[in-house]
Design a protein around this ligand. Structure first.
Ligand SMILES: [Zn+2]
Length: 681
């Protein structure tokens, strides 16, 4: 998927309002909408402990029971009630009648096709939701749950008008607040020249309501990709320089830092470079690109060298982050995303999540992978090497406790290398197109001797260990270190992008979860020149992992690096072509067709497998009685699609009709939720 072909272009304009203006759940929603349940962040020593909230007796149950009896239950209701109180029904309809009150909170969604993504629960034709939970998947011949049968007991009836219902989609690996911040900044994604970047920045400054940038307020943008530029002044495929920005006098006058699309390199102008002060000659695990004649910093800072910039750049304020949370969430729910893995949460971001939860603004579920900060003074900057900071994390767990069950902290994210696009991925052998380098390891040395102990300590503390590894060398280091972690702790390699074939087998054997991003197949335009044909056999090898015996393949987008739309991710997984159905192997020809996923595998990756990889499989990931009513309604049958192009947002048309979290409508297209309410029966 060549980036210039629009894979990363956003079809819709990003939200422009700061406030989250979520539509009401239903026009006539029943009373007693579910409250948040007190969180159970789980015992970190017990991988299965999270999200197993004991069902606390609700105040008013007895009153409800008495009232229920007093209003003379019809025989019909009793028959209905008994029918849904079978022992196999985990939705909480107990035989003693203590949940009678809940009958008033039933919602029936009919005229739909329910795809449970759970082999144990057959697909259905309607869905009964009780409060925030799935009560029952109803089948076409299930007479006891027909509209006629349910009449008279206080059910809200929603007509799905033929929609497909899937479990809410989970993006296993994204950057929540980073995405929100990116939505507030100049978006350079898809621009095909340096000149276009300059124009975009000038436009942004002139349209900014507060265009007063200064040494204490830098202009920050993101999304540039030099591999797609047509006017590369410094040679095709070469990094840009500060001078490329400074040729515009307005841009030269303010400090500018621009994140590369993979967030593994910064591009600065001279004003920003001058604020960095004295710079070291070399940076372990990073690189300062230099002018070949003067040896002065040329403008681009790769991987660990980015920390030199982070240390000086003004940190986002609490208000910036609060706004970012709402913007990111508003963007995500319209794609059907109901849960995310937040891959690398620093204390400053964690505080924003907790504030959002406190204020009732946090809707999506967040599996927070904590990253250690650089030091106490720089709590918003990642530590440059794998680190252990359990004491600090304990503070975060405490802060999040009793706030919301939407936030789970039981996981840590470590970084090993950079990305392929910026030659930062750590490779066993040198790059084919840059034989002088094997990439970057973000450790004290190439063999990362500290990794084993850091992993062991986190594992002993009961944390799931998730390691960023892109190149085959980084993946080998990660596998070697994760060998000491039991499979039931669900260790993950984030990206698992380029591996030797032997290491793919080891991943399967050890029960490590490869957490992969189908849209990163957008590297296919340059992957072969960087890696050579032989190494590509183990690169972006989604199907090979499954064939090797991997049972869970959590998928994600790595937003804002790629579009957060999971349907685009599914398309990339199924098609392995760009949006114009092209690949380096030809038109209408997938890039290494044997590595495509089936539609079902792709959807499973964004639902059941994602939930498993985040220890959320007991409450989400499939549609089954007792699970949360986190749902996405679509107008295409995602897991059975025959033309993958239908998943793409052609002409701005998106396939998601509505998104529910905990039984509440948090996104609706064209008032879909409100229009669907037919009656209270
Ligand atoms: Zn990431």
């Amino acid at each position: 998927m060549s980036k210039s072909a629009g894979l990363r272009k956003r079809a819709d304009a990003p939200p422009t309002t700061a406030g989250l203006d979520l539509p009401p759940a239903f026009a006539r929603r029943p009373p007693n909408a579910p409250d948040y349940v007190a969180p159970n962040l789980g015992d970190p020593n017990d991988p299965d402990a999270a999200y197993t909230e004991p069902r606390a007796p609700r105040p008013g149950m007895l009153i409800g029971l008495c009232v229920g009896i007093a209003v003379s239950l019809t025989l019909y209701l009793v028959v209905f009630y008994e029918t849904i109180s079978t022992p196999s029904d985990a939705a909480g309809f107990t035989a003693d009648g203590s949940n009678l009150l809940d009958v008033t909170r039933l919602t029936l969604v009919h005229n739909v096709t329910v795809r449970t993504m759970d082999p144990a629960v057959p697909d259905g034709a309607a869905l009964l939701v009780r409060g925030n939970e799935i009560a029952r998947v109803i089948h076409a011949n299930d007479a006891a749950y027909s509209l006629q049968s349910l009449r008279g007991i206080g059910v809200t009836v929603v007509n799905g008008h033929g929609a497909y219902v899937y479990p809410g989609l989970m993006d296993s690996h994204g950057h929540f607040l980073g995405h929100g911040l990116a939505l507030s900044r100049p978006n350079l994604v898809g621009l095909s020249s340096v000149a276009a970047v300059r124009t975009a920045l000038r436009d942004f400054i002139s349209q900014s309501p507060d265009g007063s940038y200064s040494d204490t307020r830098w202009l920050v943008g993101s999304g540039w990709d030099h591999t797609t530029w047509t006017d590369a002044l410094n040679g095709a495929g070469a990094f840009p320089t500060a001078a490329d920005l400074d040729s515009d006098p307005v841009l030269a006058s303010i400090p500018i830092v621009l994140q590369r699309i993979d967030v593994h390199a910064y591009w600065l102008n001279q004003r920003a470079i001058s604020l960095l002060g004295q710079l070291p000659l070399d940076v372990a695990g990073g690189a300062i690109k230099r002018d070949p004649t003067t040896h002065a910093p040329a403008g681009v800072f790769v991987d660990n060298a980015m920390f030199l910039v982070d240390n000086i750049m003004p940190a986002p304020t609490a208000a910036d982050l609060d706004t970012a949370l709402v913007r990111a969430q508003t963007d995500l729910v319209r794609f059907g995303v109901t849960a995310i893995g937040d891959a690398g949460v620093l204390p400053l971001a964690m505080a924003a999540l907790v504030r959002g939860a406190h204020a009732g603004k946090l809707k999506v579920r967040v599996h927070a992978m904590i990253s250690c900060p650089q030091d106490n003074e720089h709590m918003h900057i990642q530590a440059p090497a794998p680190a252990f900071c359990a004491e600090m994390v304990q503070g975060l767990v405490e802060a999040a406790r009793n706030v919301s069950d939407r936030i789970a902290i039981r996981s840590v994210k470590l970084f090993l290398d950079g990305a392929l696009g910026s030659h930062g991925a750590a490779l066993i052998r040198p790059y084919d197109d840059a034989p002088e380098t094997r990439g970057i390891v973000r450790c004290s040395s190439w063999e990362c001797p500290e990794l084993n102990e850091v992993v062991r300590k986190w594992d002993e503390e009961g944390f799931q260990v998730n390691i960023h590894a892109i190149g085959d060398h980084a993946n080998q280091l990660a596998i070697n270190a994760l060998e000491q972690v039991k499979a039931e702790k669900r260790p993950r390699i984030e990206h698992a992008q380029i591996l030797t074939l032997e290491d793919i087998d080891r991943v399967a054997k050890l029960g490590i979860l490869p957490s992969m991003q189908p849209t990163h197949g957008s590297d296919m335009g340059y992957a072969q020149s960087r890696l050579g044909l032989d190494r590509l056999r183990g690169a972006y090898a989604w199907q090979r992992f499954l064939q090797a015996g991997v049972t869970h393949l959590p998928l994600s987008s790595d937003f804002p690096v790629e579009s957060p739309d999971p349907l685009e991710g599914m398309y990339s997984a199924i098609a392995r072509m760009d949006h114009d159905a092209k690949s380096p192997h030809g038109d209408q020809t997938p890039w290494f067709a044997d590595q495509t996923l089936t539609p079902y595998q792709a959807v499973k990756g964004f639902t059941a497998d994602a939930a498993y990889a985040s220890f959320m499989d007991k409450i989400i990931g499939t549609i089954a009685p007792g699970k949360r009513a986190d749902l996405v309604f679509t107008d295409v049958d995602l897991a059975h699609i025959t033309n993958a192009q239908e998943l793409l947002p052609k002409g701005g048309k998106r396939r998601v009709l509505a998104t529910w979290i905990d039984g509440q409508c948090v996104y609706e297209k064209d008032a879909w939720c409100a229009r669907g309410v037919e009656a209270q029966i």
